[in-house]
Design a protein around this ligand. Structure first.
Ligand code: GDP
Ligand code: MG
Length: 176
């Protein structure tokens, strides 16, 4: 049986739900009270997937660091990333391509490829206005911007978070 340890980044604008997604995924709970992450937090998730043990080291990055020199340090040696936006806030979706460009410009895998990245449309328990109003074709958006997939998620209602993580891990394993 093989063992893997992967550094996974969780990035996106302030307040989109990065910390909440990690809390739900790792600690199985949710808090409606907002507390901004200061600096960087880590959480470890161990999962078994297709006979393999995978350890995910999840890096929770504070939104304030956006596109500064600090992100280069955080991104170092990452194997995968989630870029998160809030389906109720169009500006957080507009920032997605900026986060992706920031990531791709600062980190590449040993084989020269970009880091596998999954897009999370979070707070889907609040509706999906941002997705429908703008007529965004998410499949096409993902292809054009180099995302390996996307999921509508809710940290509050525990929707699609495991599925999104499994998708990301499978991409990382098969591209190694
Ligand atoms: P971060 O700044 O990206 O880490 O965002 P947080 O995880 O701190 O979440 C910001 C706010 O959004 C908090 O008040 C959370 O309770 C709330 N929140 C996060 N995820 C969800 C979700 O899936 N649904 C709803 N309704 N609220 C959420
Ligand atoms: Mg946070």
């Amino acid at each position: 049986m093989q063992e893997h340890l992967y550094k996974i980044l969780v990035i996106g604008d302030l307040g989109v739900g990065k910390t909440s997604i990690i809390k739900r995924y790792v600690h199985h709970n949710f808090s409606p009270n907002y507390r901004a992450t200061i600096g960087v937090d880590f959480a470890l998730k161990v999962l078994n997937l297709d006979q393999e043990t995978v350890r995910l080291q999840l890096w929770d990055i504070a939104g304030q660091e956006r596109f500064g020199n600090m992100t280069r340090v955080y991104y170092r040696e990452a194997m995968g990333a989630f870029i998160v936006f809030d389906v109720t806030r169009p500006a957080s979706f507009e920032a997605v391509t900026k986060w992706k460009e920031d990531l791709d410009s600062k980190v590449t895998l040993a084989n020269g490829n970009h880091v596998a990245t999954v897009l999370l449309a979070n707070k889907c328990d609040q509706g999906r206005d941002v997705l429908t109003n703008n007529g965004i074709k998410m499949e096409q958006f993902c292809q054009e911007n180099g995302f390996v997939g996307w999921f509508e998620t809710s940290a509050k209602e525990n929707i699609n978070i495991d599925e999104a993580a499994n998708c990301l891990v499978k991409h990382i394993i098969t591209s190694e």
